[in-house]
Design a protein around this ligand. Structure first.
Ligand SMILES: *Cc1c(COP(=O)(O)O)cnc(C)c1O
Length: 484
């Protein structure tokens, strides 16, 4: 790289046009009309600053300063800045409830309800029957109770908040007894022991990692015991020589010793999933009927709704929880309530649930559907990534995700991209993965066993055309030495 002399550099810098002249030029007119003068000017200044830096480094390109070229660069910068940071992607990871990709996708009924409350005033805290102030929980707690068999319910920001609030309201400065086999870390910063100390409660661990007996709980109960707690082992399974105390046993102990039992159910499904051939998960209703005094669960996992944390159970305990100051801090907004209600209402018609609840539809999608989709998209994909690679349509295994049933897998279909030469792919495959991830609507797959795997379970028919069109608009960079 040649250093530029100061005289030469000064004369180069003199070629940079005046921003005032440039912004008033015909080439910039459409940009000013679309983005406004302020933004366009800022983008122009930033583009020219970049050019100056390049010039200083000896990489000046005078053509780039022409009006039309500048307008092009500034336009590209403005478009990039205008693109939102929260972007939709194609989730081809095979994990249906993918926490990093936004978990449950909501059905149309929920989308419409959100649009309505976004654009119109609503009775969020206004009692239409009396004309007085209302409570936002009242809007949907009856529905939640109807679906779970619980006496009372409340909703907060997410399940982590539900657990934190429950412990803060009922166990602050007291002890909570939990089995050593259930001291879960959910990912991110959600660890039962940490939440416990945040809530000011003292964790009293009982039993061992693999075996906990009823007498372990019994012996640990004392004056300071506020709760017996069970936590769903959402993202791991302990197998072999194990013993877990069943909820009904713990509930009888709790009743006899007058200590409430709280269950953090995690995913919290409202229906028996085995009717659709899915693995068994204890439902919220079964947990309530099994004797839990409180149950906490997420809105955006198996339930299939928006991010939320639901707390259901005994009316006196829910009452205490609702009065705690943290409830105000952790409460949900109108968008959440608007989205949650129609999703919950779908459960009143279980016959249609598989079709109408997006999460359930994806989880139960027939393998043939995915195989046919794979056959339709494979040619476009191959054209896009180039003949350096081969594509195979293969059976795969999807996951439910989000801590539901960590060890179960759902038979699926997808495409696997490998190096055509059959060599170990190394960097080339990572490059394809990156190219797909950088498309206008990023495609997120998964590299495993020398192949890039795109599981098609979550590419529904309505999105397939957009997926193919995007690939067709993209032309693969030719591998080196492949000619013109
Ligand atoms: C997922 C999960 C949580 C956290 O729920 P969020 O809705 O993500 O806050 C807490 N406990 C268990 C057992 C979980 O599976």
């Amino acid at each position: 790289m040649s250093e530029v002399t100061s005289v030469a550099l000064r004369s180069l810098m003199a070629r940079v046009p005046s921003v005032e002249r440039m912004i008033a030029s015909a080439g910039f007119e459409p940009l000013v009309a679309e983005y406004g003068r302020t933004q366009t000017l800022a983008a122009l200044r930033s583009t020219l600053d970049d050019w100056r830096r390049e010039a200083q480094a000896g990489r000046a390109c005078l053509d780039a300063l022409e009006e039309s070229r500048l307008a092009q660069s500034v336009g590209a910068l403005l478009r990039e800045r205008a693109r939102g940071s929260v972007r939709t992607v194609f989730n081809l990871t095979g994990t249906v409830l993918h926490t990093n990709l936004g978990r449950a996708l909501l059905p149309d009924a929920a989308v419409q309800a959100v649009v309505d409350v976004l654009t119109r005033p609503a009775n969020l805290e206004f009692d239409l029957a009396t004309g007085r102030r209302g409570d936002r929980d009242d809007l949907i707690d009856d529905l939640i109770c109807e679906l779970t068999g619980a006496e009372a319910a409340t909703v907060v920001n997410n399940n982590a908040a539900a657990v934190l609030l429950t412990l803060s309201a009922l166990a602050s400065k007291k002890e909570v007894i939990v089995s050593r086999g259930e001291l879960v870390e959910i990912g991110g910063a959600f660890r039962i022991p940490d939440i416990m100390s945040r809530a000011g409660a003292k964790l009293r661990e009982v039993g061992t990692t693999n075996r906990t007996h009823l007498k372990d709980y019994d012996e640990a109960i004392g004056d300071r015991t506020a709760l017996l707690m069970k936590v769903h082992c959402s993202n791991y399974a302990i197998s072999g020589f194990t013993k877990e105390v069943a909820l009904h046993e713990l509930a009888s102990l709790g009743k006899a010793r007058r200590v409430p039992v709280a269950v953090d159910l995690g995913s919290g499904t409202l229906v028996d999933l085995t009717q659709w051939g899915l693995p068994r998960e204890t439902t919220v209703r079964e947990t309530v009927e099994g004797g839990a005094d409180l149950v906490t669960f997420s809105g955006d996992k198996l339930l299939g709704g928006p991010q939320a944390g639901l707390i259901v159970g005994r009316a006196d305990l829910i009452g205490k929880i609702k009065k705690h100051p943290l409830k105000r801090a952790l409460r949900v907004g109108k968008l959440t309530l608007a989205a949650l209600e129609p999703v919950l209402r779908l459960y009143r018609a279980p016959e249609f649930l598989r079709d109408r609840l997006t999460t359930l539809r994806l989880l139960t999608r027939p393998a043939d559907d995915m195989r046919n989709a794979a056959e339709r998209i494979a040619p476009a994909l191959l054209r896009a990534i180039g003949d350096e690679f081969s594509i195979a349509i293969e059976p795969m295994f999807s996951q439910i995700g989000s801590g539901a049933l960590p060890v179960d897998v759902l038979p699926s279909y997808g495409v696997a991209v490998r190096l055509a030469s059959g060599k170990r792919p190394g960097r080339q495959l990572a490059k394809v993965e990156k190219v797909l991830r950088e498309l206008p609507r990023p495609v997120i797959g998964r590299i495993a066993d020398d192949a890039l795997r795109l599981d098609l379970r979550c590419l529904e028919a309505a999105d397939e055309a957009a997926f193919i069109a995007q690939l067709e608009a993209y032309s693969a960079p030719q591998p080196k030495g492949a000619g013109a």
